[in-house]
Design a protein around this ligand. Structure first.
Ligand code: ADP
Ligand code: MG
Length: 312
């Protein structure tokens, strides 16, 4: 992991708050450790009855005077799986960094539960980020730590949790990502897909309301990409969490997202459902969907991940 990735990891996977002066948390009580816990449920119906979970309002980002994107606006609703698509270099990762407050936008506002995070100081951002889990491109695991230590990274300094309770939480998450029993393995011994699964488990450690994935299928073969995107849908269902997925992997995103946007030429070129996107005649959208995302793999992923079951 590079120094920049490590710093980012530590900023995003900020430590849990100091515990109350209560008894040690033991195995049977691990749900108490999940500050944003909601009951496990079926695939949540997107909840548009209240406020959006995330509102991006006219956000512009320029780096060193160079415009990356301009006037980007969209909302993400609780329970939604939202995709951000675009070609390499279109600004997807930059947008993700802005969404979680790692970078401040040049203009515009980002509201999380209605609170403007562009106005927050570092303490405020750490508080908000505890409701967010981040799954980095290329997994960004710590190579010197075991799988269990990587997953439990945000709990590394907790003294209010018994080792058994921590182990139980890790086991629960590894089971969820279909990696049960791999606690003691080292990242170097894992395949790319397995590393990705571990990084998803790590992002879920604090039971975040919102999980952000940066290119979850990068570096994976098409079958593994399809498996990982299917897994993202499954964990979103299992945990009732909302997901924002950044990717250039069109067929897979079309298969799992409720809505998606496409960034190109510094602008949002498209915002809508997968069906709207497939039917779009906007030239760049058409090219992206039909030029890069056709063939057997699309069919295969469609069957596995339920293309067309749009609920947005
Ligand atoms: N820290 C930075 N300094 C300078 N330019 C940057 C920085 N981060 C991103 N960029 C530029 O912003 C553009 C978008 O990058 P990025 O968000 O990584 O795109 P994507 O994730 O869509 O591939 C690229 O042209 C990239 O070179
Ligand atoms: Mg990127």
């Amino acid at each position: 992991m590079s120094e920049r990735e490590r710093t980012t990891m530590e900023a995003v996977q900020s430590e849990a708050p100091a515990p109350d002066a209560e008894a040690l948390v033991e195995v049977g009580d691990i749900d108490r450790l999940r500050p944003h816990a909601r009951p496990l449920q079926e695939r949540p119906i997107i909840d548009r009855s209240g406020r959006p979970l995330l509102s991006i309002e006219h956000v512009t980002q320029a780096i060193e005077g160079h415009s990356i994107f301009e006037d980007v606006s969209f909302e993400v609703w609780p329970g939604e799986i939202f995709g951000i698509m675009g070609m390499s270099g279109s600004g997807k990762t930059t947008l993700l960094r802005v969404l979680i407050g790692l970078d401040k936008p040049t203009e515009g506002h980002i509201l999380f539960h209605g609170e403007d995070i562009t106005e927050l100081d570092e303490d405020g951002l750490n508080r908000v980020r505890r409701s967010m889990g981040m799954c980095f491109q290329y997994s960004a695991l710590f190579d010197s730590m075991t799988v269990a230590e990587n997953v439990a990274f945000s709990w590394r300094n907790r003294t209010d949790v018994t080792p058994d309770a921590k182990a139980a939480r890790v086991a629960q998450l590894l089971d969820m990502v279909e990696m049960a029993g791999t606690e003691d393995r080292m990242p170097a011994d894992l395949s790319g897909g397995m590393r990705k699964r571990v990084s998803i488990a790590r992002a879920l450690m604090e039971e975040p309301e919102l999980v952000l994935y940066d290119e979850p299928s990068s570096g994976l073969d098409p079958v593994m990409s399809c498996n990982i995107t299917g897994l993202i849908k499954k964990v979103s269902t299992d945990t009732g969490s909302t997901a924002v997925i950044v990717s250039h992997d069109v067929p897979n995103l079309l298969g799992i997202c409720d809505r998606m946007l496409m960034l190109h030429d510094q602008r949002v070129q498209f915002l809508g459902t997968p069906d709207d996107m497939r039917a779009s005649e906007i030239p760049i959208v058409y090219h992206f969907v039909h030029g890069l995302g056709t063939g057997e793999m699309t069919e295969h992923c469609s069957l596995q991940t339920g293309v067309g079951t749009d609920v947005g």
